[in-house]
Design a protein around this ligand. Structure first.
Ligand code: CDP
Ligand code: CDP
Length: 225
């Protein structure tokens, strides 16, 4: 019998983590967990309550009183913040511009990691984020670190916006991605960094299916060992 494993996918913004993680999870019949959606949900609530994103103790208090859950409708993952569907709201520009500040606080991360570890307890998960292989599931059987040039990543987000009918400025997107990468990589608490034992895949010139298949090959090897 194939053994149950945990799969950690990390990397910077728009490297293709969530798209590929969802496909891998679907193929295996595993649960996909988008940890970025959890940090985005807390950020949305903090902005609504006008809490200063630099105020760690207020953010931690807020998080303790906050329920963040995932539910599934077919292929779509729904994010519930205190039982309200915020799947679209957490992708707003305001949330994107503030989420890295909310996520840099150690107290916020400790509580989030605790919740994420509970979700991953039974294995059979594909979890994506920034610190999954280093802090959330350090013993994950498969760890992948996805990267791509910043131009390619900004272009992907630009195309995505255009397809959704939103106005989109490539240069602005590039600046936002660079700023978020910088805060995520330079923070003291569990920064964005490749785990020593993660396999790095540069997706700049690969299609979604090519990256998915590379990860599935790593998974097959682990499951048979
Ligand atoms: O999808 P995108 O790359 O835009 O970002 P995301 O995965 O939704 O994550 C949004 C932000 O949450 C990141 O820029 C990080 O600041 C934070 N984050 C984190 O600190 N740790 C994680 N495990 C996941 C996200
Ligand atoms: O989760 P993360 O922020 O790392 O990226 P994503 O939201 O999965 O991917 C960003 C965009 O890049 C999506 O529109 C994907 O369809 C696209 N993408 C791509 O064009 N080629 C890849 N190899 C992976 C993703």
């Amino acid at each position: 019998m194939k053994k149950d494993i945990a799969i950690a996918i990390d990397g910077p913004a728009a490297a293709g983590k969530s798209t590929v993680a969802k496909k891998v999870a679907k193929h295996l019949g595993y649960v996909y967990i988008d940890t970025g959606a959890m940090y985005r949900s807390l950020t949305l609530k903090a902005l609504e309550k006008q809490i200063d994103v630099q105020d760690e103790s207020k953010l931690v208090k807020l998080l303790i009183d906050t329920e963040i859950q995932f539910s599934h409708h077919g292929d779509q993952q729904i994010v519930l913040l205190d039982e309200k569907n915020v799947t679209n709201d957490i992708r707003s520009q305001a949330v994107t511009n503030n989420v890295s500040d909310v996520s840099k606080h150690e107290g916020v991360r400790t509580e989030m990691v605790k919740r994420q570890q509970e979700m991953a307890q039974s294995r059979r998960v594909v979890m994506d984020g920034r610190d999954i292989g280093t802090h959330v599931i350090p013993d994950a059987e498969v760890k992948v670190f996805l990267v791509a040039s910043v131009e390619e990543r900004a272009m992907r987000r630009h195309k995505e916006n255009e397809e959704k009918g939103f106005s989109s400025d490539f240069e602005q997107l590039k600046k936002e991605i660079e700023k978020r990468d910088q805060i995520d990589s330079e923070r003291a608490a569990s920064p964005l960094v490749k785990a020593d034992d993660a396999v790095e895949i540069d997706t700049t010139s690969y299609s979604i299916d090519e990256v998915t298949n590379q990860i599935l090959t790593l998974v097959e090897n682990q499951m048979e060992n």
